[in-house]
Design a protein around this ligand. Structure first.
Ligand SMILES: Cc1cc2nc3c(=O)[nH]c(=O)nc-3n(C[C@H](O)[C@H](O)[C@H](O)COP(=O)(O)O)c2cc1C
Length: 196
């Protein structure tokens, strides 16, 4: 698959088949993240793939709290669209049945160093790694969904404590699995670029 095709056809997948993802594919996907650009080549990331039933069960317990914290906010934001709220709630409860979830951490934790000022560039570097993973997964026919709801709901620290206490701050969780639906591309907004 050409890179441009992957970029245009990739979608956020919120419903997955139970089919397992191979370790080989997972390693390839994470490898793509490790080759992303990073500011001053610091490579400030740590990726943890949750795959075993036991790890995913522990993750789902924390996800349950996300639903409690996040859904009231979503109801306020979409008062006339209960379908969006219901779909999101359903997705957040078990990440759409995804068999794998990759946690992306920004390696250094701000609490460790009050003078730590580089979060802005480091966050961009981790994000570049995440995007590489979405595209590498899609090339293999695997769907994904980049999720920050768990962080927005204030549960990043719970995830960090549970899974990677020494590996920085949680940036996002990325669901990975074989798609069980084919989402349409949400409309792209006009007027968001100019060439001068
Ligand atoms: C930083 C970031 C955070 C996101 N967080 C969530 C999330 O918490 N839950 C979710 O369902 N989708 C999440 N998404 C996916 C977006 O909703 C999705 O990318 C957008 O609607 C465009 O759809 P597409 O990915 O299919 O092109 C996130 C995407 C990004 C880049």
């Amino acid at each position: 698959m050409e890179v441009k095709e992957a970029m245009l056809t990739r979608r956020s997948v919120r419903k997955y088949k139970s089919q397992a993802v191979s370790d080989e594919d997972l390693r390839d996907i994470i490898d793509a993240a490790l080759y992303a650009p990073s500011a001053t080549n610091v490579q400030p990331w740590y990726f943890l793939a949750l795959k075993s039933q036991e790890a995913m069960d522990r993750f789902r317990v924390i996800l349950g709290k996300t639903v409690e914290n996040f859904i009231p906010e979503l109801q306020k934001r979409f008062p006339d669209n209960p379908q969006v709220v219901a779909e999101t709630e359903n997705f957040l409860k078990n990440i759409g049945g995804a068999p794998v979830c990759i946690l992306a951490f920004l390696l250094k934790h701000e609490d460790d160093d009050p003078n730590y000022k580089e979060t802005f560039t480091k966050l961009q570097s981790v994000s570049a790694g995440i995007q590489n993973m979405l595209l590498a997964a899609w090339e293999k026919g695997l769907g994904s969904c980049w999720m920050t709801a768990i962080v927005n709901a204030g549960l990043g620290e719970d995830i960090r404590g549970e899974f990677a206490p020494d590996h920085g701050s949680l940036v996002a969780a990325i669901a990975i699995g074989y798609p069980d639906h084919a989402p349409k591309a949400p409309k792209r907004k006009e007027g968001r670029f100019k060439i001068i």
